[in-house]
Structures are given as C-alpha cells and as structure tokens.
Design a protein around this ligand. Sequence first.
Ligand SMILES: Cc1cc2nc3c(=O)[nH]c(=O)nc-3n(C[C@H](O)[C@H](O)[C@H](O)COP(=O)(O)O)c2cc1C
Length: 333
Amino acid sequence: MSEQKHNEGSSDLSSSALGGEQRGLTGLFGINYPIIQAGMIWASGWRLASAVSNAGGLGLIGAGSMYPDVLREHIQKCKAATDKPFGVNIPLLYKDIDKHIQIVLDEGVKIVFTSAGNPKTWTPLFKRNGITVVHVVSSSKFALKAQDAGCDAVVAEGFEAGGHNGREETTTMVLIPAVVEAVSIPVIAAGGIATGRQMLAAMVLGADGVQMGSRFVASEEASSHMNFKQAVVDAAEGDTFLSLKKLTPVRLIKNKFFQQVQEAESQGAGPDELNELLGRARAKKGMYEGNLEEGELEIGQVSALIHEILPAGRIVDNVWKEFLISFNNPLGK
Ligand SMILES: Cc1cc2nc3c(=O)[nH]c(=O)nc-3n(C[C@H](O)[C@H](O)[C@H](O)COP(=O)(O)O)c2cc1C
C-alpha cells in the first residue's frame, strides 16, 4: 500500500507543480500548495490564517486559546480577508467544545482540524455538515482510529514538534512511513519541518503534504508576542525539551518556568502539584504577553533552523520554491 500511495503522491506533486489536475491534498482542500499552517494557541488568528491562505497554502485559525465569541470574530474576519479556503483547529478537550463546534457550523467553515481527543465523538457531525475533517495523531494506532472515525486525512505529528506531543515520542522520520503504511487516507507530516528541503524529505517518506507550526510563529502575522518570536529566532539546538510528561507532554523552550517544572518533577511532584505550578494562564503569559521567564513557551526543535521573522506569504513562497528546486535536484548541495 505504501508504494502505491508513494507513486500517487509523486504524480500529484508534479501535476500541481505544473498547474495540472488538482489531486491529493491540494484537491481535498482547494489550495495551490500542500503546505498547511498549523492551528496554534496564541499564534494563529485570522491575520496569519488569511495570509497563508492568500499565498496558496491552507491557513488554520487556532481555536484552543479563544473564547467562543472570539473564535466567531476571527472566523468572520478571516472570511473578509480571503476568498481562499481556510480552516479551524479545534482541540477536542476544550471545555467549551460544544460552543466552538456550533460556531464552526453556523459560520459555514468547510475545513476542521481536530486534535487532543477522540475523533469518533465529533467527526460524524462534521461530515453530515459537509465539512472536511483532519485529525492530528502521534501514532499509527491513532491514525487508524481517525480513519475508522471517517476523517478525510490525518496529520502525523512527530516528537520534534512544538506544542503538545505524543507520549510514545516517535520521531517524524519514523512516524511518517509507519502511518503511511497503516492508513489509506492522505497523511500530512508535521514536526520538525520549516524548509522546502524538509518538506521534500517528508514527502519522500510518503506524506502528501506538510503542516508547519514553529516556522509560522516567527511570522509577521502571528499574534504571538514579539519577545516570543525573537526567542524562536534566537533558539539553538538543544534549547527545547519535552516537559510536563505527567500532565500532557509539551515541548517548551528551556526558561525559568521550565526549570521550575523540572525541579518539581525531580522531587516527585504529581499531576496535582504540576497543575498548580502551571496555573491557568502560563501559555498566554509566555507566548502572548511575552514574559520569557515566567511564561510557558511552546516551540519545536526546528526553531534551531529558523533565523528570521518573515511575512507568512513569503514563508509559503520560500518553502514551495525550495521544495521545487530540491525536487528537481534532490541530492544537490
Ligand atoms: C506555539 C504553538 C502552539 C500550538 N498549539 C496547538 C493547538 O492549539 N492545537 C494543535 O492541534 N496543535 C498545536 N500546536 C502544534 C502544531 O499544530 C503543529 O502540529 C506543530 O507545531 C508542528 O511541529 P513544528 O512546530 O515542528 O512545525 C502548537 C504548536 C506551537 C509551536
């Protein structure tokens, strides 16, 4: 099966590169390039999502940090800012999930990426309403569950990724071929991808496209605080670490808050103590308010390869151009 998918992926690539028949992810979403900007708390509002969609990728509004009325406003502003397809990412464990879903239905959103929860619960409702549904997974087992639940595609997100992460710690390099072998629906690679050459590598492994998070945090349109964007640009190899494994594992920049968590964990702190340390607004404090010491700073390993803050549309163009150059000369130095 993987060989067949791989071959189909290649023909889709060249046809879309040449402006030919729309197949694969570009056809599924109605976009020009199989480049997806991840839904991200405190980063991906309507400005970022519409900029990416206008550039020919797929922009996602990250609902996870939005109250329901804020989500509605972002969807409406995104519709006004682009006539291209865009989507909404909904973490399924969110407490106001019913309200978020009702807004997505009311506003006629056509694409939903779900994460952090069971895809069986909501996918049938989305499908009945004509919505394309993609679920984020970190293992082949969960990819199969998403396929069984009726999802149209999966995002396979490896251990390198920023934000919340799978407990199995499977890296993108291993996860992509494993998921491609397990399922017959399209697979979107995520975790550790910020360049066209990395995108090509993911597609050689069998992915149909890529989702990038960290790269788009360091964009002009991300709603993240400038201090955080600069911290992403400044981050070097080894500056991020998977933390809070007793709660929900999350990859963070090693700052003062991270050290406090490490210390508490080494002294045997359990989920309750960690929850107390985390408090209610750590992520907002770090990523949105720019408190680089006390806040939680979610970012991926690939931050080590991100050297400048760019307009989101330029990021899409750069990645696609580098992808095409590498595609034509894969071993070129
Ligand atoms: C700041 C930040 C916030 C994120 N928030 C979410 C989220 O709300 N929902 C979600 O499904 N994934 C979230 N993620 C994960 C991304 O959707 C994406 O899969 C991941 O960033 C890909 O890895 P990369 O950072 O190496 O590109 C977040 C990632 C980052 C960096």
